[in-house]
Design a binder for this molecule. Structure first.
Ligand SMILES: Nc1nc2c(c(=O)[nH]1)N[C@H]1C(S)=C(S)[C@@H](COP(=O)(O)OP(=O)(O)OC[C@H]3O[C@@H](n4cnc5c(=O)[nH]c(N)nc54)[C@H](O)[C@@H]3O)O[C@H]1N2
Ligand SMILES: Nc1nc2c(c(=O)[nH]1)N[C@H]1C(S)=C(S)[C@@H](COP(=O)(O)OP(=O)(O)OC[C@H]3O[C@@H](n4cnc5c(=O)[nH]c(N)nc54)[C@H](O)[C@@H]3O)O[C@H]1N2
Ligand code: SF4
Ligand SMILES: [Mo]
Length: 694
């Protein structure tokens, strides 16, 4: 922090880019990427629109307690003392009756979750959960099944890659600023890019090769790539010999999955698959075939990500520069890590309500699986779950079928939402605790592992304009009222000092740039140190934990259901100017894109008499429907339609976004029960929608 510059962290999405905020008095002047960081001043459009949160008349200005029925939208204003007392009393009573485990918590994951985990543990609940069952759990579990590490156990070294493959990834619109910059730098240095998507995205526009794939057939494509690499002896045999276990089983398994076979499934010509493999081999081992991010799409998405990790291994890219090098941690830089707030309390001994770690022994118990947590609320099995806190999380938008979720949450005795903006989840809660927007709050310190591990912190750039609070103020305040004395910190500096106790770093060290680097140069581990977190220490093609759960490591390909006439498979994704479901009401971003549109294949559209910009009616099998404009294009696969997620709000308090566009998640009847037993995530694209000219 120098003069009027505050070094902080963007909060417009969970990427959390480092920012520099220029402030004059109490007034915000300018936000840019932190010039001292790898971003060198860059930021995305959403990051710039953080300014729109401050003066937004739709902002929640003080705590609210529900007066009418749940979801009716009748509230009374409360002081913080009153609202925290209300939550502490109710929650205390529920815990007294049903035990700490009757609390379910979910948040949006991310680097500041240690404080949340400490709170949930302190109350004696094993049920800390996050959003990831509707995002990247399949990738997480795929990574664990192959490498023993989670998906962040390796970095994706786009900057130094010679060939990047993006399958179900749209890096230039589903933005992480550093990823965008690294990919564009690599392209400037001659890196090839292949995009495999159901439609031509902006990223496809930058690619050397675009393969339009039949929706949901990516596993078939990947099996054929493995077949070609092995049968033509193109793989890195030396790497496989040193680091891959059970290779012969893989070889036998893929024999029938030839490029000709895959052509019939995917619609991509066998010759194109072969040419693509030749190009990959030219670039190996400096290949990043990205394992995907939002992969909560199909019941075999786990196997898509799994085969991606396996292909990276066959190309010798796992562990190496320009491929998927191992993540370094503070310990690898000779520094101690942050002291965990969660370690203030012992890990609760009860089993998780979602069964992760017990009934489902193959899944990562960290955040569990939220849709199974909801099942526990519905069935009160394996034990009663009576209180739910949604913290910076909007499952009524982020999980499918909100009508079903509403019925489930009706079983709760207490539902609390902690948020800076209105959401369907907040609207359905008993108490809304308003978080200050990120420019008006500070955070705990976080550690970022990677090629260059560092610590970083969010500094408060502006004073809160209304009666809203920072995360730590809310949680430490509640802790104080609930007798969690160890977590009842009185100042953020006390928390920072606790976290930094073993590191030799001081809170003042963050003032100059908001970050403390732990190494000057990127850390790449030498080959002799490659070690995987599996029982054998190698990459395992046969995953024992999955086999024990009766789930095959090498699953035969199963055909996907084809759509009926007039119906299409639903596909969805991001756009550059919105984040999930919470920026559609941001005044600046709303103006950029007030509603979504429906991508539809030109030939299909012509058959149905639909022209570009015509209004179309999109309906789900549950009767929900909405009208939006058609975007007619040859660059959309004919079996599917596509829409940007996050629109179609029905929350009256979102005055700009309400009733604008169509809500993809409301078109997914029964979606909470459609999930992948191997990867754990909900399968949001196993649904069909009817399209008609409106
Ligand atoms: N049908 C369908 N479902 C989807 C998706 C889809 O494309 N289609 N996408 C899936 C994916 S990839 C994900 S990650 C989830 C996302 O699901 P969520 O995490 O629920 O998505 P957000 O809209 O980001 O909601 C975060 C909520 O927290 C509040 N909030 C409070 N403080 C902050 C803050 O500092 N930062 C942020 N970001 N929010 C804050 C926001 O106002 C908002 O209400 O949804 C998943 N569900
Ligand atoms: N601007 C912006 N950036 C974001 C976010 C945001 O909301 N807005 N959210 C962040 C979050 S939480 C996440 S998880 C990431 C998501 O990052 P990504 O996963 O890269 O983004 P998406 O747009 O969800 O999906 C990528 C592509 O998958 C394609 N696709 C759909 N079905 C199929 C299929 O069957 N096969 C293939 N091969 N492709 C298919 C879609 O057409 C889409 O172009 O983005 C992050 N960055
Ligand atoms: S990607 Fe954009 S919105 Fe997300 S943290 Fe970075 S600047 Fe903010
Ligand atoms: Mo996500």
């Amino acid at each position: 922090m120098t003069d009027n510059k505050v070094y902080s962290v963007c909060g417009m999405c969970t990427v959390r880019c480092p920012i520099e905020v220029e402030v004059h008095g109490d007034q915000l002047k300018f936000i840019q990427g932190n010039p001292h960081s790898a971003l060198k001043g860059a930021l995305c459009a959403r990051g710039g629109a953080g300014a729109g949160l401050i003066n937004d008349p739709d902002r929640i200005r003080h705590p609210l307690i529900r007066t009418g029925k749940r979801g009716e939208g009748q509230w009374r204003k409360a002081s913080w003392d009153e609202a925290l007392d209300y939550v502490a009393d109710k929650l205390g009573g529920i815990i007294q009756e049903h035990g700490g485990r009757s609390l379910l918590w979910s948040d949006r994951g991310g680097p500041f979750r240690d404080l949340h985990q400490a709170f949930v543990r302190g109350l004696g609940s094993p049920n800390y959960s996050n959003h990831d069952a509707s995002c990247a759990r399949n990738v997480q579990h795929a990574a664990m099944s192959v490498m023993g590490y989670g998906r962040k156990g390796v970095a994706y070294d786009l900057k130094n890659a010679k060939h990047v493959v993006l399958q179900t990834r749209n890096i230039l619109e589903a933005i992480n600023v550093k990823e965008v910059n690294d990919l564009l730098d690599a392209v400037d240095n001659g890196c090839k890019v292949t995009v495999i998507d159901v439609r031509a995205t902006k990223t496809a526009g930058k690619a050397d090769r675009f393969l339009m794939i039949r929706p949901g057939t990516d596993y078939a494509f990947n099996l054929a790539v493995i077949n070609e690499l092995i049968n033509k002896n193109l793989y890195d045999a030396d790497y496989v010999h040193s680091f891959v276990q059970d290779f012969d089983q893989l070889r036998n398994f893929v024999q029938d999955y030839t490029p000709e076979w895959a052509e019939k499934k995917t619609g991509i010509k066998a010759r194109e698959i072969r040419d693509f493999v030749v190009d990959l081999v030219k670039a190996m081992p400096s290949v990043v075939w990205h394992p995907g991010w939002n992969t909560a799409r199909y019941t075999d998405s786990f196997y898509v990500s799994r085969t991606i990790y396996i292909i990276n291994a066959l190309l010798g890219s796992i562990g190496v520069k320009g491929g998927l090098p191992f993540m370094a941690k503070p310990g690898d830089c000779g520094s101690k890590g942050l002291k965990a707030l969660a370690s203030l309390y012992p890990k609760p001994e009860d089993e998780r309500a979602d069964g992760v770690g017990t009934r489902y022994g193959h899944f990562d118990p960290g955040p569990g699986l939220l849709h199974l947590g909801f099942q526990a609320i519905e069935k009160q099995d394996p034990y009663p779950v009576k209180a739910y806190i949604a913290y910076r999380h909007d499952p009524f938008m982020a999980f499918p079928d909100p009508e079903a979720l509403k019925k489930i949450t009706d079983n709760l005795d207490l539902m609390v939402s902690v948020t800076f903006s209105w959401s369907a989840t907040a609207w359905n809660s008993d108490v809304v605790l308003p978080l200050s927007p990120y420019l008006e709050r500070e955070s705990i310190i976080a550690a970022k592992n990677g090629l260059k591990p560092h610590f970083f912190v969010r500094h408060r750039a502006l004073p809160p304009k209304y009666d809203t609070r920072a995360d730590w103020e809310i949680l430490c305040g509640l802790s104080q009222k609930m007798g969690l004395d160890k977590l009842a910190f009185e100042s953020i500096e006390d928390i920072w000092r606790y976290q930094l106790a073993d590191t030799g770093v001081k809170p003042e060290d963050f003032k100059a740039t908001g970050m403390v680097s732990l190494t000057d140069k990127p850390i790449y581990f030498p080959r002799e140190q490659f070690k995987f977190k599996t029982a054998s220490g190698k990459i395992e093609i046969i995953a024992p934990k999955w086999e024990e759960a009766g789930i095959p490591s090498l699953k035969p390909y199963e055909d996907k259901q084809a759509p009926k006439k007039g119906w299409f498979r639903i596909t969805f994704g991001r756009c550059g100017v919105h984040t999930q479901g919470h920026t559609q009401n941001n005044p600046i971003l709303h103006e950029q894109m007030p509603e979504n549109e429906l991508w539809i294949n030109d030939k299909k559209a012509a058959e149905m008499g639909i022209s570009n910009n015509d209004l179309v009616k999109v309906s789900g099998s549950n009767g929900y429907s909405g009208k939006i404009k058609a975007y007619v294009t040859e660059f959309m696969h004919p079996d599917a339609v596509f829409m940007v997620h996050g629109f179609g709000s029905d929350v009256p308090a979102e005055t700009r976004a309400r009733n604008k566009g169509v809500a993809d998640h409301r078109l997914m009847k029964g979606g909470l029960d459609i999930w992948d037993p191997a990867g754990g995530a909900v399968a949001l694209q196993e649904h069909f929608v009817k399209v008609e000219k409106a």
